[in-house]
Design a protein around this ligand. Sequence first.
Ligand code: UGA
Length: 444
Amino acid sequence: MKLSVIGTGYLGAVHAAAMASLGFDVVGVDVDPGRIDRLRAGSAPFYEPEFDALLAQVMATGHLTWSVDYADLADADVHFLCVGTPQRRGSHAADLRYVWDAVEALIPHLRPDSILAGKSTVPVGTAEAIEGRIAHGWTGDAAHRPLVVWNPEFLREGFAVEDTLRPDRIVVGVPAGPHGERAAEVMRQVYAAQMAEGIPLLVTDRPTAELVKVAANAFLATKISFINAMAEVCEATGADVVTLADAIGYDARIGRKFLGAGVGFGGGCLPKDIRAFSARAGELGVDQALTFLREVDDINSRRRDRAVETARDLVGGSLRGQRVCVLGAAFKPNSDDVRDSPALDIAARIHNEGGQVVVHDPKALANDEARFPSLRYEPELRVSLGGADVVLLLTEWQEYRDLDPVATADLVAAPRLLDGRNVLDSAAWRAAGWSFRGMGREHG
Ligand code: UGA
């Protein structure tokens, strides 16, 4: 079976390489020639652990090729649609322009009985709309018209290779009737290796498959905002949110994962997905069902306000002229992605208050600089800490967790620290003389 992957971001590039590693012939297509050149040369266009090694391995097999020309995917049996669906400018809804551009470009090259498998995160109803567009543009025999299935992706950045090869579950939304059964059968062949390892494959209707993805991300965002709301209450009462999370997390029905209180969630998925989901619910006349997601978003942005306030507090009331060392700029560790990064947002706000911000990040500095050029970026950790009036740990890279409080105190001008991810041993830092603050744990 031959596969194509359209869009070579974190999702598409990793999916293409992963499927090629399973023995499929795969062609990855993107409209960005620079990106395709890099991939052809075996160089990843983003930082993702394990991806470089996987890419080198599959490029050597000859199973994986890259192209900017849609004609090169004409003989594929299944086309995976992996383009981005960012937030629309001036609105909370998803911007589907890349989806539609890809569908238009693909239609002339679709062969009879081929399958378009959508993996992008889309508003419910998109698969059906794409099917309508294909039906309109299809000039061949109607009985062999290409089919549209929805096959959402649940990979986390930083674990993209592992999550693609060994996902928790595979969901395939198919059209009703015998066509749908045929499509499900093809998708079972595509994922035969994962199914043989016991990974469940759920066949659903298409709206359910589209909703599974946004519901999962909405739930994860809600879980994070729940614990961050508890952090607000802890701050008002002197309680400790980390201990609280540990204690409620022992309840298997609740679970400890995604109860990390701190500066909140960011990235290219959770923030825009909850907004697009709410916007879609409004269009469907069920906006009340999701009004709580507005609160989830608000709690999340209040954490950023709180981090700025705490930094101000630590330096005695005004950030103007203060040297502020920001540790971490990616939206989470093991990623160079800075889309809607809480760390970068907080750094920018402090800069706007007159703080002299120095940002360190092990992988994301080039992307940061492109997004917010007026901040100072420092690749050397020791240099970034040097002379700091306050240190803000905002993305929990391992090298920050490993910092020695005594040695670090010697580098800074004043030992003041906000642990914006609640990952440091507060007692050890306080014992080394630091004015230490966490998020939702004033005394912990
Ligand atoms: C998220 C989902 O976890 C994936 O399942 C999904 O496939 C993906 O979006 C997507 O839609 O493509 P990702 O954006 O890579 O994955 O990152 P997460 O690991 O979910 O983290 C999101 C944000 O939440 C980060 O800023 C992280 O720092 C924050 N977070 C996470 C917390 O603040 N607390 C936690 O306890 C966990």
